[in-house]
Write a protein that binds this ligand. Structure first.
Ligand code: ADP
Ligand code: MG
Length: 348
C-alpha cells in the first residue's frame, strides 16, 4: 500500500551503543528481548555496537561514519552517554553532526538524564514503573528536545557535561558507591550513609556568576539586552574548606535523587550547591537525606544558587574525586559554563 511504501522511504537508521557492564550487567539480554523488537516494530534499522572496555564508545563515535544516521542511542547509564557526547563533540566535523539526536535507553545503575527527561514531560510514573520500556518508546517515537549542556574546562582539556559536576561529599559518593554496583541503583543511598561516618573537608576556591534575576522571571524581557558588565560585578569568590560542592543542569541526578527541582530542560542555568566545613556533619546528613525530596536547598548551612558559570580550584592538592556526570576526572581546576550549543535528545 501507499502507506507502507512511504514508511520505507522514511526508514530511520540508528546507531545503538551498548555497555554490557552497565547496571547489573544484563543490558545485552535487555536489549535483545525488550528493546530491539520495539525498534524493529517502529521501522528503525538499528546497528548495534557493544563496548569492550571503558573509553571504547568515546573512541568509536569520534571516528565512525555518520552518513544518513538519524540518531545515536545508548543502552546503559549516564557514564556511557558521557563517553558518546564527548566523542561526538571532539570530532573535527563536530559542528555538522551536533544536531544528530542522542537517546538513552535506561539500562544503567545511574540514569539521571533519562529520569530528568521523564520529569520534564510528566512521564515520571511510567518511567519509574518500567524505565527500559518508557525510554525505548521515546527513542522509537523520535521526538527530539534540547537540553542543557555545559562545557567543562579542566587543566589541559575541555569536556562536555549534560548532568552534573562536583567535588567533595556527593562526588565521592558518586564514584565510591561503584563497589556496590551489584545492588543496583540503591547503591547511592547506601553509600551515602556509610560516607557520613568518615566525613572529609576539601580546601578550595569557589567562584561563580549568578544568573540574573531578569532571566529567571517568566515576564516579557525589557528591550535593553543584558550585558556582561553587570555579570562581572556579580561574581562571588569564596576560599576555604568545604564539605561538598556539587552542581547539576538537570532536575534529577539519579532515579530518586532530585537535585534541582526547579530545573527545566534547557533553562541555561547551572544549579550549584555547596556546604562549608563549619556546617558540620548534621548539615551534611540532612542534605543527603533530603535529596530524594528535593528539599536539601532549604537546609541551614546549604547554599543554593543558580549560576551561568562557576569555577573550582583545589587549594592544597586534589583529594577526593572530581566528578563529571558521575565519571571521575583529574584536574586541579575546573571551570563549568553553559555551552552555547545545547544537546539534542530523544524524549517522550
Ligand atoms: P552505570 O549506570 O551502571 O554506571 P554506565 O553506562 O554509566 O553504567 O557505565 C559505567 C562505566 O562503565 C562508565 O565509566 C563507562 O565508561 C564504563 N564502560 C563502558 N563500556 C564498558 C565495558 N565494556 N567494560 C567495562 N566498563 C565499561
Ligand atoms: Mg554511571
Amino acid at each position: 500500500s501507499v502507506a507502507i511504501s512511504s514508511y520505507h522511504l522514511l526508514q530511520r537508521r540508528y546507531l545503538v551503543i551498548l555497555n554490557p557492564k552497565s547496571g547489573q550487567g544484563k543490558s545485552i539480554s535487555i536489549y535483545r528481548d525488550k528493546v530491539a523488537p520495539i525498534l524493529q516494530e517502529a521501522g528503525i534499522k538499528a546497528e548495534l555496537f557493544i563496548t569492550e572496555r571503558a573509553g571504547h564508545a568515546n573512541s568509536f563515535v569520534s571516528t565512525a561514519n555518520f552518513h544518513d544516521l538519524h540518531g545515536i542511542c545508548t543502552v546503559g547509564g549516564d557514564g556511557l552517554l558521557f563517553e558518546v557526547v564527548n566523542g561526538l563533540r571532539s570530532r573535527p566535523d563536530g559542528s555538522q553532526i551536533a544536531h544528530i539526536p542522542v537517546g538513552v535507553i535506561a539500562g544503567g545503575s545511574g540514569n539521571g538524564l533519562a529520569r530528568s527527561l521523564a520529569s520534564y514531560t510528566g512521564e515520571s510514573s511510567d518511567y519509574l514503573k518500567n524505565p527500559v520500556l518508557s525510554t525505548t518508546l521515546a527513542v522509537a517515537r523520535g521526538r527530539v528536545v534540547q537540553v542543557n549542556l555545559t562545557e567543562v574546562d579542566l587543566d589541559e582539556k575541555r569536556l562536555f557535561s549534560f548532568l552534573s559536576a562536583g567535588w567533595g561529599l556527593l562526588a565521592d559518593i558518586d564514584v565510591e558507591s561503584e563497589i556496590l554496583r551489584p545492588i543496583g541503583e540503591p547503591r547511592f543511598t547506601v553509600w551515602s550513609l556509610l560516607r557520613l561516618m568518615k566525613l572529609k573537608t576539601y580546601r578550595a576556591q569557589l567562584s561563580y556568576i549568578p544568573c540574573s534575576h531578569v532571566s529567571e522571571k517568566p515576564v516579557i524581557r525589557e528591550p535593553i539586552p543584558e550585558t556582561d558588565v553587570g555579570d562581572i560585578s556579580a561574581r562571588t569568590s569564596i576560599e576555604g574548606d568545604f564539605i561538598s560542592i556539587y552542581s547539576s543542569i538537570q532536575s534529577y541526578i539519579g532515579s530518586d535523587l532530585i537535585f534541582a527541582p526547579k530545573a527545566t530542560a534547557n533553562d541555561g542555568r547551572i544549579h550549584l550547591t555547596f556546604i562549608r566545613s563549619n556546617a558540620g556533619r548534621a548539615c551534611a546528613t540532612q542534605f543527603l537525606l533530603a535529596l530524594d525530596k528535593g528539599t536539601h536547598t532549604n537546609i541551614n548551612g546549604v547554599t543554593y544558587v543558580a549560576v551561568k558559570e562557576f569555577s573550582l580550584q583545589s587549594k592544597g592538592g586534589i583529594g577526593g574525586n572530581l566528578v563529571i556526570d558521575g565519571e571521575r576526572v583529574s584536574a586541579e581546576k575546573m571551570i563549568v559554563r553553559i555551552s552555547p550549543t545545547p544537546l539534542n535528545v530523544f524524549s517522550m
